[in-house]
Design a protein around this ligand. Structure first.
Ligand code: ARG
Length: 295
């Protein structure tokens, strides 16, 4: 009898141990399952984050506000050396290099479309281009129809004459015919300040104005200073005799309200100035130091 009771007790004890062990296992298992569930949930969250990131990146590209994704169409009057001109069938110049650099950084191809200066902004407004970059001075009047990027260049106006003309400055303009490019800030300035003492003669393009000067059809050309210097330096007969401080700044124009493109251009422009790429492009086309505002 004693012996039997002992067995029963031993059996109960063994059973109790077994139950306890099983219960522990179960707890472990539950823990494992918990861990797995947690991991899966974490993975899901990661995946979701990845998807969101991808979406953001895609949106950034889509969201450049371009008429055709991946292609930035730039309207310009490609006859304004050293800013934009065509040589050997290729677009060249400071504006061209700058725009291509911006395009590279935005991951889009830049295509230049050559057009007359006087229609560029209407064409932009009509959706023919994504931007206009054409040594285009930022003015209040123009800003009523298009949006401008932050300034990317500072320029004044200047007067070029035949070296043997005896004209030495703007004080000699009485009775002169002064050639300008139509629809430019130079044309406006000349009309406001030189007329009626002088006669302002408008030409559709800058080359025509200089050809007229060289063939004595006009007595002077009034034009953006960097272009005036380029022409005078490249000629034996022309001379730059006056600089007029108009404190102009060039900007890249986009369609009014195209904030996505404007923001992208401004951010990229800031980067290009910040990392001295601006300076590298500038020194390709101009002598002297980069103005402080673009350093
Ligand atoms: N800066 C001047 C203006 O905005 C002249 C620009 C002429 N540009 C050109 N590519 N022809 O009126």
């Amino acid at each position: 009898m004693q012996l039997r009771r002992w067995w029963v007790l031993a059996a109960i004890a063994a059973l109790a141990l077994l139950v306890a062990a099983c219960a522990e296992d179960e707890v472990d298992e539950v823990d494992e399952v918990d861990d797995e569930v947690e991991e899966e949930v974490e993975d899901d969250v990661d995946d979701e984050e990845d998807v969101e990131e991808e979406a953001d990146e895609e949106e950034a590209v889509d969201d450049l506000g371009l008429a055709e994704e991946g292609l930035l169409v730039a309207g310009s009057d490609l006859d304004f050396e050293p800013f934009e001109f065509i040589e050997d069938g290729e677009e060249k110049g400071f504006d061209v290099d700058l725009m291509n650099e911006i395009g590279d950084r935005l991951g889009v191809e830049v295509e230049f479309v050559n057009s007359g200066f006087d229609t560029l902004l209407t064409q932009l407004d009509g959706g023919e281009f994504d931007v206009v970059i054409s040594a285009l001075t930022i003015t209040e009047e123009r800003a009523e129809t298009v949006d401008f990027s932050n300034p990317y260049f500072a320029a004044n106006q200047a007067m070029v004459v035949q070296a043997d003309s005896g004209i030495t400055g703007v004080e000699d303009i009485e009775g002169l015919d002064i050639g300008v490019q139509a629809a430019t800030t130079g044309a406006d300035y000349a009309k406001e300040n030189f007329e009626p003492d002088a006669t302002v003669v408008e030409f559709p393009g800058t080359p025509e104005a200089f050809t007229a000067l060289e063939s004595d059809q006009v007595d002077a050309v009034f034009i953006d200073l960097p272009v005036a210097s380029e022409q005078a330096e490249g000629s034996d007969t022309l001379e730059l005799v006056a600089e007029v401080d108009t404190a102009e700044e060039y900007g890249i124009a986009v369609q009014m309200g195209n904030a996505a493109l404007l923001d992208a251009i401004n951010a990229t422009l800031a980067e290009i100035i910040e990392d001295s790429t601006y300076e590298a492009i500038y020194s390709e086309w101009f002598e002297g130091d980069v103005p402080e505002q673009f350093q």
